[in-house]
Design a protein around this ligand. Structure first.
Ligand code: SF4
Length: 237
């Protein structure tokens, strides 16, 4: 996608949603970190259902440590992979208490050193909590980047690199939200709703669905997201 078209792409998404935000619910940076760790391989809606009661009770890493692994499991058992996630959340909370004075560090290396926190999770936290220009490539961004030609790549890391290179100001902080929301609600995996897409004329996807109710052609032949998008969050979220 040409440089002018990339600008226009984000200008239109920004016009439709000037203040994009994560759909995860949280009250402070620590709760955001926990919510993002819990959201791997799960929907934001499912995570929010589980964390509403949890976050009324637990607002700090110390309170999470006091709750303990079994107590946490009781709150999050509706979320996929909850056993591993509970273990990671308790371990990362212990590390925050022990090594960071109970605060979430605004530093990618320090974040990815926490149990269960990978580059994607760190990028989300840095972006949503600290306003950093990071591009957390999840399954939606991977798909939208490749379909549109905005950021092509065989792996999330390659797509992230392309976004780093191509997304212009003043869209760099909001880009990750706009792309996720666009992928979640318009450029859907099975049937992209190209007939109502605000960037249809800029998009390079060949199998556009230009009529509501029409069958998508060629979507099933798309390259599957790279393995690391789908892997369990046990090692790296
Ligand atoms: S035109 Fe279709 S494939 Fe392209 S970004 Fe819009 S919804 Fe996605």
């Amino acid at each position: 996608m040409k440089r002018d078209d990339v600008f226009e792409f984000f200008r239109r998404l920004a016009e439709a949603n000037p203040s994009p935000e994560t759909e995860l619910e949280f009250g402070n940076v620590y709760q955001l970190l926990v919510a993002v760790v819990l959201s791997a391989q799960s929907t934001d809606v499912g995570v929010n259902k589980a964390t509403r009661a949890l976050f009324r009770e637990v607002k700090t890493p110390a309170q999470m440590v006091a709750l303990g692994e079994e107590g946490l499991k009781a709150h999050i058992k509706t979320i996929g992979l909850f056993n591993t996630k509970a273990k990671n959340v308790i371990a990362l909370s212990e590390t925050l208490v022990r090594e960071h004075g109970g605060e979430v560090p605004a530093d990618r290396d320090a974040l990815t050193a926490l149990p269960g926190v990978g580059r994607k999770t760190a990028n989300v936290v840095l972006n949503c909590a600290f306003g950093a220009e990071t591009f957390a490539v999840d399954t939606h961004i991977f798909r939208v980047g490749n379909r549109t030609g905005l950021a092509k790549g065989k792996t999330p890391a390659a797509v992230e690199q392309q976004l780093e290179k191509k997304v212009p100001q003043p869209f760099r902080v909001g880009a990750h939200h706009w792309l996720i929301l666009h992928g979640r609600y318009v450029c859907k995996a099975r049937t992209p709703e190209c007939w109502r897409c605000p960037v249809v004329d800029l998009c390079a996807f060949k199998a556009k669905v230009l009529e509501k109710g029409a069958k998508p052609a060629g979507v099933s032949r798309e390259r599957a997201p790279a393995k690391s998008v789908r892997k369990a969050p046990a090692a790296r979220g």
